[in-house]
Ligand binder design. Structure first.
Ligand SMILES: [Zn+2]
Length: 476
């Protein structure tokens, strides 16, 4: 890559030139040998290299990306960056014991400084994986000071996103039936609302990293609090998110308590809208799919996590047909990894095996979920390489023999699983250059994250999970 200064510079314009572009624009989805012109935080033109060179050839900076594939930055619609503290530890547990014996005790022991150190590392890891936007559900710890500091930490790394403040509220019947750790249910409904509002007034909507309310789970959060979170989102022009219908048993628990399934309850409570997004959404039945679709609500599909915890496979086609928006998420590194490239490949393969039909998904659809539809979830104009969109995009290097030939670009990128991410631009700034952060000292970020991890494992008494090798339970 070379950056040259033109003699008569066009003020503040950067021209990224010569790449093959996957635009996610229906009018011209692929531009071979194309360029992108950027001014400040937005794309001001996209088109063939020769054409943009004529118009913007005097750009203040010119970046030569020939030989690269450039696409919109990926959106991770649901993650838990702080869970990187438990990376590799909960493997081999199903969802309920995973929560009971591992994640909830870990979460109850995380200190503010641990969260800041690990979020820095996890957000950097996401950026280096080509993810430019993250909805981070943070639920440990959730005081206003920590939540606001985390949003600033993510901005400092250079990633766009949301800190979705985890809200448990008072312990309710659903939490008791799911054996949730009572230490996480430490605030009253009024306190949760008040702390969330404090966070939003410190960082109002429209910043690089916003703050949203996140009632943790429709099953174990006080219904009044769920309604309160939807009202906050409406009033402050932001979104809200919750976990919903990840496992069969939680839907059964909800039905036993409320007499209806979760999405039907939410429809009746008037909280479904295009501001609402639900992580997982695997077990929605036909009536729930219609309710979600009719209100334009979002579902975040986390295919790697859903396989890792063997939770089930989302009904992707019916949700999209009904009008729901579906984005992709990682659900964090403790359930398989933060790479949305891996999520695209997994999501593509999972639907094909679910439907026993190789036409059930396509690389193009998975790219759409990971970019444009993620942008819709984020409520931002991003996820496409088009004039007027936010300038969030990534340059991939697939020139290695590992990836060649790349004849069909969309399939080449999705099936690569882990393409080499070379440069990453967020909000018009190159925050990763040649695979390294331009903002932070990566070695220090890793060292600080490891230190926080070692201390937390001791403090949360998770040493029983430190098994080096688990023998397979099959005949040798
Ligand atoms: Zn989650």
């Amino acid at each position: 890559m070379t950056v040259e200064n033109a003699s008569q510079a066009e003020d503040g314009v950067t021209l990224y030139e010569g790449a093959d572009l996957i635009t996610l624009d229906r009018e011209r989805p692929i531009i071979r040998n194309g360029s992108i012109a950027v001014r400040e935080s937005h794309i001001i033109a996209v088109g063939p290299t020769a054409e943009l060179a004529r118009v913007h050839g005097a750009a203040a900076s010119r970046v030569n990306w020939s030989g690269h594939i450039v696409m919109p930055g990926l959106v991770d619609g649901h993650s838990h960056l702080f869970q990187s503290l438990g990376r590799t530890l909960g493997d081999g547990l199903s969802l309920l014991p995973w929560l009971e014996k591992f994640m909830l005790p870990l979460a109850a022991s995380v200190r503010s400084e641990d969260a800041l150190a690990i979020v820095r590392l996890a957000a950097l890891s996401s950026l280096l994986n080509g993810t430019t936007s993250i909805v981070d559900n943070h639920y440990a710890p959730v005081d206003a000071e920590t939540v606001v500091a985390l949003a600033k930490e993510m901005s400092g790394i250079g990633v766009r996103g949301v800190v979705a403040r985890g809200i448990f509220g008072p312990m309710v019947e659903g939490g008791r039936r799911m054996n949730c750790d009572p230490r996480l249910f430490r605030h009253s409904t009024a306190e949760e609302i008040s702390i969330t509002l404090d966070c939003i007034s410190a960082i109002p909507a429209g910043q690089l990293v916003e703050i949203w309310p996140m009632p943790e789970n429709i099953v174990y959060v006080d219904p009044e609090l769920i309604i309160g979170c939807a009202e906050i989102a409406e009033k402050h022009d932001i979104g809200w998110q919750a976990h919903c219908s990840e496992s069969k048993f939680e839907v059964e628990i909800f039905e036993q308590i409320h007499g209806v399934r979760p999405a039907i309850w939410m429809e009746k409570a008037g909280v479904l809208s295009e501001r609402a997004s639900f992580a997982h959404g695997i077990w929605f039945d036909d009536a729930e799919v219609e309710a979600l679709g009719g209100t334009g609500a979002h579902v975040v599909h986390n295919p790697v996590c859903n396989q890792y915890l063997a939770s089930g496979i989302i009904r992707l086609g019916p949700l999209l047909d009904a009008g729901a928006n579906v984005a992709l998420g990682s659900d964090g590194v403790a359930v398989g990894g933060v790479s949305i490239f891996e999520a695209m490949k997994s999501g593509l393969l999972l639907q094909r095996i679910r439907e026993l039909n190789p036409l059930a998904t396509s690389a193009e659809l998975m790219l759409d979920l990971a970019t444009r539809r993620g942008g819709r979830l984020m409520r931002r104009d991003l996820g496409r390489l088009t004039t007027g969109s936010l300038a969030d995009f990534v340059a991939l290097d697939l020139s290695s023999p590992i990836h060649q030939p790349t004849t069909r670009l969309a399939t080449a990128v999705v099936m690569a699983g882990s393409p080499t991410v070379k440069d990453v631009v967020v909000n018009g700034e190159m925050v990763v250059k040649s695979g390294k952060s331009t903002r932070v000292d990566q070695d220090k970020v890793v060292a600080d994250g490891l230190q926080a991890t070692r201390e937390l494992i001791k403090r949360a008494d998770l040493t029983s999970l430190l098994t080096d090798w688990v023998l397979p339970s099959f005949r040798s």
